[in-house]
Design a protein around this ligand. Structure first.
Ligand code: ACM
Ligand code: ZN
Length: 484
C-alpha cells in the first residue's frame, strides 16, 4: 500500500472488508481527546467497517486524509488494519512567491490541493517583494495601483519581456484562499516583507525610503539597497496599517514580516535613520532593524499574532526572544544557530536542500528526503528541540507558469511532507520512491505535473552543467561556491 507520509504505526491484520463498487464503506468517526497529540489519530478497519478517531477535529481530519489515501490504493475493498499516527513537527509548511511571477487563485488552489494531500498545515504566502506588491490595501491604495505592476521583466535566461507585468489579489480572493485552506486544516501565513525587498512599496510611496526618490518596481532578480527608511515614523505607520488590513483577511496565528536581505547602505548615511539610532541608543543599523522587528511584532501581538521573520532580521542581536519565530534559510553569521540553541522557536527552511526553485541537480529528491532538520551542524539538543518544523519555499523569478511551478515543487514536497510528519528516524528511500511514483499519477488528476523521474536525482557530474543552464550568469561565483 502506498501512503505518504507513511503512518507511524501500521499493522495489516490480514483479510479485507468488502463493499460494492459504487457503494460507500461504513465509516464510524469520533473524537477521542486522550490520544496523545492534538493532530494524532487512529484507524481500525475490520469486518464491521472503518473506525476512525482523532484527538481533535484536526486529528480526525488527518484520519480522513489517510483513509482517502488508503482508498486510492483499493477498489471495492479495504484491508483490515490498525493505524496509529501523529506528527513529529507542528509546523509543516510550503511557501509560494506570487511576486516575481503571479499565480491565479485557481492555480494557488491546485497547489494547495496537492500539498494538503500530504498533510502540510502551513501555507506561507509571499505577497510583497521588489518586483510587485500583491495585496489590495485600502489605506495605501497605491501599493496595488502602482506597486503591483513592473514596467518589464528582465530575469535573464532569454525569457525577458518588454511588456508591463502585474497582478494582485483582492481581499475577497485572499479570503477565498484562506477559507479553502481552512477546509483543509491549513493556516495561511501572509508575508509582508519589510524593510528590504520593498522597491514596489517605495515605487508607490517614495517618501518612505531614505532617499525619497521615485523608483519603479524592480524588473530583475537581486538584492536591492532601496529599502524602507527605518527611522521614519511614517514607515512604521504604513507597516501597521498594512498589517492591520492583512490581519483581517488572514485569521491564523502567524504573520510573516520578512526581514531578509535588507542592505543597510542607505540607512548608514540617512540622517533620519542615524537620528533614530541615536534617539534609541542603538549601536548600529542592524539594531535599528531589530528595533523595527520588535515594534511590529508587538503590534501584531496585540492582534493575537505570532511573528515570523527570516533569519537576517535577528542579526542585530536585539530582537526580543519571546516575540518571534525565526525562519532559518541561510545562516551566514551563526546568529540563527545561536537563536535555536538558546531554545527559541525556529523553522528550518534551509536553502540546501529545501529551496524548491533550484534545480533537482542541486537539491535532489533524495537529498530533500534524507535531510535532517534536527541535525544541522552545531545544533545542540536544546537547539534540535527548538525546531518547530520545516518549510520549503518556491521563489519564482525563473518560474513563469503553473506547469513549471508544479514540477519544481512536486515530488520534492512529498519529501518535505514526509520529514514534517515523520522526522528522520525511519527513512527508507526505496520505499519512498514507490510512494512517489504512485502519487505522481494521482497528482496528475489534480492538474499537477510532477518533474520527470529522470530529473529527480541528477548524477554528480551533470550537476554543474545543469546549474549553468539553469542559472546562466545570474549567480556570482562566490554564491555558487557557498551553496555547492
Ligand atoms: C530569502 O531567500 N531571501 C529568504
Ligand atoms: Zn532612513
Amino acid at each position: 500500500m502506498y501512503l505518504c507520509p507513511e503512518p507511524k504505526k501500521l499493522e495489516l491484520k490480514g483479510g479485507y472488508y468488502y463493499f460494492s463498487v459504487g457503494e460507500e464503506p461504513e465509516i464510524y468517526e469520533k473524537v477521542t481527546p486522550m490520544l496523545s497529540h492534538k493532530e494524532s489519530y487512529r484507524i481500525i478497519i475490520d469486518a464491521k467497517g472503518v473506525h476512525i478517531e482523532g484527538a481533535s477535529n484536526t486529528g480526525l481530519y488527518y484520519a480522513r486524509l489517510t483513509l482517502k489515501q488508503i482508498r486510492m490504493n483499493y477498489r471495492g475493498c479495504l484491508p483490515y488494519l490498525y493505524i496509529y499516527d501523529e506528527p513529529e513537527f507542528s509546523y509543516r509548511g510550503f511557501m509560494i512567491d506570487s511576486c516575481r511571477h503571479f499565480f491565479t487563485v485557481d492555480e494557488i488552489k491546485k497547489i494547495i490541493d496537492g500539498a494538503s494531500l500530504f498533510k502540510f498545515n502551513k501555507f506561507h504566502f509571499h505577497l510583497s517583494d521588489d518586483q510587485g506588491f500583491r495585496v489590495e490595501i485600502e489605506s495605501y491604495p497605491l501599493l496595488t495601483t502602482v506597486g503591483s505592476v513592473r514596467p518589464s521583466s528582465d530575469f535573464g535566461r532569454g525569457e525577458n519581456d518588454k511588456n508591463p507585468y502585474g497582478g494582485y489579489y483582492t481581499k475577497a480572493e485572499l479570503k477565498e484562499i484562506v477559507d479553502y485552506c481552512g477546509e483543509r486544516f491549513i493556516e495561511v501565513i501572509p508575508e509582508f516583507d519589510i524593510p528590504g525587498h520593498t522597491s514596489a512599496v517605495i515605487a508607490a510611496y517614495p517618501e518612505l525610503s531614505c532617499k525619497g526618490e521615485k523608483i519603479e518596481p524592480k524588473t530583475t532578480a537581486g538584492v536591492f539597497s532601496d529599502i524602507l527608511c527605518g527611522g521614519n515614523s511614517e514607515t512604521l505607520k504604513m507597516i501597521k496599517a498594512v498589517t492591520d488590513e492583512m490581519c483581517e483577511i488572514f485569521t491564523g496565528k502567524y504573520f510573516h514580516i520578512g526581514g531578509d536581505e535588507a542592505p543597510k547602505k542607505n540607512w548608514n548615511v540617512c540622517p533620519v535613520c542615524k537620528a533614530k539610532i541615536e534617539e534609541l541608543s542603538l549601536k548600529n543599523s542592524e539594531e535599528l532593524q531589530g528595533w523595527l522587528v520588535n515594534e511590529v511584532s508587538l503590534h501584531l501581538k496585540k492582534r493575537c499574532k505570532k511573528t515570523i521573520c527570516w533569519n537576517e532580521a535577528i542579526k542585530g542581536g536585539n530582537v526580543e526572544h519571546d516575540s518571534v519565530t525565526v525562519a532559518w534559510w541561510l545562516d551566514r553569521t551563526n546568529a540563527t544557530l545561536n537563536w535555536a540553541n538558546g531554545g527559541n522557536p525556529t523553522i528550518v527552511e534551509s536553502f540546501t536542500p529545501y529551496y524548491a526553485d533550484y534545480p533537482y541537480g542541486m537539491h535532489s529528491l533524495k537529498s530533500v528526503y534524507l535531510y535532517n532538520p534536527r541535525k544541522i551542524k552545531g545544533l545542540t539538543s536544546l537547539g534540535a528541540a527548538s525546531i518547530v518544523g520545516v518549510e520549503s519555499p518556491v521563489w519564482t523569478e525563473y518560474i513563469r507558469d503553473f506547469k513549471k511551478l508544479s514540477q519544481m515543487c512536486f515530488p520534492r514536497w512529498l519529501a518535505v511532507a514526509d520529514t514534517g510528519w515523520n522526522g528522520n528516524d525511519n527513512k527508507n528511500y526505496p520505499r519512498f520512491l514507490k510512494n512517489v511514483a504512485f502519487y505522481c499519477d494521482i497528482l496528475k488528476e489534480y492538474g499537477i505535473t510532477c518533474a520527470d523521474e529522470s530529473e529527480w536525482n541528477i548524477l554528480p557530474h551533470n550537476k554543474l552543467s545543469q546549474m549553468a543552464s539553469f542559472f546562466g550568469n545570474v549567480l556570482s561565483k562566490d554564491f555558487v561556491k557557498q551553496i555547492l
